[in-house]
Design a protein around this ligand. Structure first.
Ligand code: F6R
Length: 244
């Protein structure tokens, strides 16, 4: 538990930077699982600063984003492609071909093969070294909404009504928020060697309490993380305020 999101974010960015530098020394690739949303923005800002001011190179980094709305054009203002470009990729030296984000433009029939391929690519690289997560007020991680199975893989899902209400501001109204998304599964996330879930703000306090102290249940998918021995919750005081 950190005093504020800024300090916590710098801590997480530093850990990612350490991994990248360690892999560089070993002439290996660093494979990162990335999240979008408000929560990781300061982590990405710190990584950009480390690139610009402290020579951190991303040339050996391969990224897999957790999710993307469906349908979604990559150049739309609300796409996670746009989010990642604006907050991270446009400002660092990551090769474009190292970036993987679920494709919101696929024909419906093409999605299952795309999802299997996403899993295959991660597996062929030896798995994710670090997976960064936020948490939704439904308890979703990625877009694994209530009802998601613990061994679920990358797939097309239906977004919860609360998730769409929370996204309404970005889209100018809930009715404009896509009803579906492509997301890595709980099983995909679990295979990462390190999982870091971040949450800031009082409005996340009650879902953090359920995720950390509640009964493990598909009703709150983040509770599955209690079963992992390589997960950390990085919280600010407000998000941690209801924990016993
Ligand atoms: C985003 C994602 C979601 C968000 C969650 C929290 O890629 O997978 O699970 O992490 O909805 O969003 P924010 O950070 O905006 O509160």
């Amino acid at each position: 538990v950190f005093n504020n999101p800024a300090v916590a974010s710098i801590n997480v960015a530093q850990r990612i930077a350490n991994l990248i530098r360690d892999k560089q020394e070993k002439k290996q690739k660093a494979v990162l699982g990335l999240a979008t949303g408000v929560t990781p923005i300061a982590v990405y800002a710190e990584l950009v600063r480390l690139h610009k001011e402290e020579n951190l190179s991303f040339s050996n980094v391969i990224t897999f984003n957790l999710d993307e709305y469906y349908p979604m054009q990559p150049n739309a203002a609300q796409s996670y492609v746009t989010f990642m470009n604006e907050n991270l990729f446009d400002h660092i030296d990551i090769p474009k071909e190292h970036i993987n984000i679920p494709d919101g433009t696929l024909e419906l029939e093409a999605i299952p093969a795309f999802c299997l391929d996403y899993e295959r690519k991660i597996g062929e690289l030896g798995g994710l070294d670090i997976q960064i997560l936020g948490i939704g007020r439904t308890g979703h991680i990625g877009f694994n909404e209530p009802g998601s199975a613990p061994n679920s893989g990358t797939r097309l899902v239906t977004l919860d009504d609360l998730t769409r209400r929370d996204a309404a501001r970005d889209f100018g109204g809930k009715s404009f928020v896509p009803s579906k998304a492509i997301t890595m599964g709980i099983g995909t996330i679990f295979k990462a060697r390190e999982i870091i879930l971040m949450a800031w703000n009082q409005k996340k306090a009650s879902i953090i309490k359920k995720a950390v102290e509640g009964e493990i249940s598909s009703e709150v998918p983040a509770t599955y993380l209690q079963l992992s021995d390589h997960v950390e919750f990085i919280l600010d005081k407000d998000a941690a305020s209801l924990l016993t």
